[in-house]
Ligand binder design. Structure first.
Ligand SMILES: *[C@@H]1O[C@H](CO)[C@@H](O)[C@H](O)[C@H]1NC(C)=O
Length: 391
């Protein structure tokens, strides 16, 4: 479904399949939905607003008809309504009480973008072995291995999928093939280029990275990071490290800190497609002589972006946004490794590059925190009911 198709179009597509009375009634409701969604000219009247809100939740659920029991997806979205952070809120306070501000010249995003955003996993590994995510058997969380690919990928993909479900984002796991003559992470710009044709935003997250605040919408992070409607790509600045005595290993050849492709936010703009094309074709050396070096040599597509693309495709300074390292690289404890020179703790997205086995724990913490918030919200809001005071 293209991201710009309206709810009305989607409903209209369903009209030709009418045979029974039941479906006749459905059509009635479809028409109500269409009317509800097409009353933009009456937008300001409170009655219409209220009617829209109630119809959205009960009959149409934003863009679908709902009969009988709500789906798991619908239930996730309505359950988390109670704690979802507002997109345009000026601040966010995490469970430690740390307060984060959005940029002063925003907010650029005020409404949820829902399924105009794709949360994307790309991997050659498929976690479908025993006790792994895509295996048909029941997943025993406690017994799931934290060491090794299967458990790692199972945990992080579940984290990404759950996050997408909570916010109504679309989700895809792109099971990539190895690429001939190229390190397999080179697939990233290719898949981003292809899938961005169907969405407004595609957000790629590495398999060893987890979203820590499941109730916090990505649109809020756009407002924090300065991702405007004109921004093409955003990715975090890497942590500084020393490898084999080389303190400049995290820099490009001009001495500038590299960007880390563990998280890539791409917005569907004509300029973005030009940028992605230049990036994916970089090793062909038509535009960038020397780029073929990074076909198999670390850090591959990441180095190519930092070495060439970011210098050529950022005329306004906001076409490419550099996300602060502390927000989307590293995790608590990363800086305790001797060769790591910057203390990036993954405040919003933890990237467990060195301690991959921590991915399972970060997934747990994120899930438990929102379940804790939800449970306590209910408990405390009806304290007089749940708590009997002995007299
Ligand atoms: C990194 O920062 C955190 C707080 O943000 C602090 O608790 C920790 O001790 C720091 N680690 C190092 C190695 O500086």
């Amino acid at each position: 479904m293209p991201w710009n198709s309206t709810p009305v179009n989607r409903l209209a597509l369903k009209l030709p399949h009418i045979t029974t009375t039941y479906q006749f009634i459905s059509v009635g409701l479809v028409i109500i939905c269409i009317l509800v969604f097409s009353t933009t000219s009456l937008h300001n009247t409170r009655v219409v607003e209220r009617l829209k809100d109630s119809a959205k939740g009960r009959i149409c659920d934003h863009d679908r008809l709902v009969f009988g029991n709500p789906t798991i997806s619908d239930s996730f979205q309505s359950l988390f309504q109670a704690i979802r952070h507002p997109v345009s809120a000026p601040t966010y306070t995490d469970a430690y009480g740390k307060v984060f501000d959005t940029k002063k010249d925003g907010p650029w995003w005020k409404e949820p973008l829902r399924n105009e955003i794709l949360i994307l996993d790309i991997d050659t590994r498929v976690p479908q072995g025993k006790n792994e995510l895509w295996n048909d058997g029941r997943l025993n969380w406690e017994a799931m291995k934290e060491e090794g690919d299967g458990g790692l990928v199972s945990a992080s993909f579940m984290n990404h999928f759950l996050y997408a479900q909570i916010h109504g984002y679309d989700y895809r796991f792109f099971n990539a093939h190895d690429m001939e003559g190229l390190h397999n992470t080179w697939v990233k710009p290719h898949v981003l280029f292809d899938l961005l044709h169907s969405y407004r935003f595609v957000i790629f997250i590495d398999a060893d990275a987890t979203i820590q605040h499941l109730e916090l919408p990505f649109e809020w992070l756009f407002n924090k990071w300065g991702i405007t409607p004109q921004t093409s790509i955003a990715l975090p600045l890497d942590s500084r490290q020393t490898i084999n005595g080389d303190e400049h290993v995290s820099e490009d050849s001009k001495g500038r800190l590299q960007l880390n492709t563990g998280v890539v936010v791409a917005q569907a703009l004509p300029y973005t497609f030009e940028m992605l094309k230049a990036w994916k074709e970089c090793p062909e050396e038509k535009r960038y002589p020397g780029c073929a070096l990074w076909k198999e040599e670390w850090s591959h597509e990441q180095r190519a972006f930092s070495e060439y693309i970011r210098y050529d495709f950022n005329p306004t300074g906001t076409n490419i946004i550099e996300i602060p390292c502390d927000d989307a690289v590293g995790y608590p404890g990363l800086a305790e490794h001797e060769h790591i020179n910057s203390n990036c703790t993954g405040q919003f997205i933890r990237h467990h590059t060195i301690d991959k086995a921590m991915t399972k724990r970060s997934t747990e913490v994120a899930m438990l925190q929102v379940l804790t918030d939800l449970t306590r919200k209910e408990l405390l809001s009806k304290k007089e009911t749940y708590w009997i005071r002995e007299t």
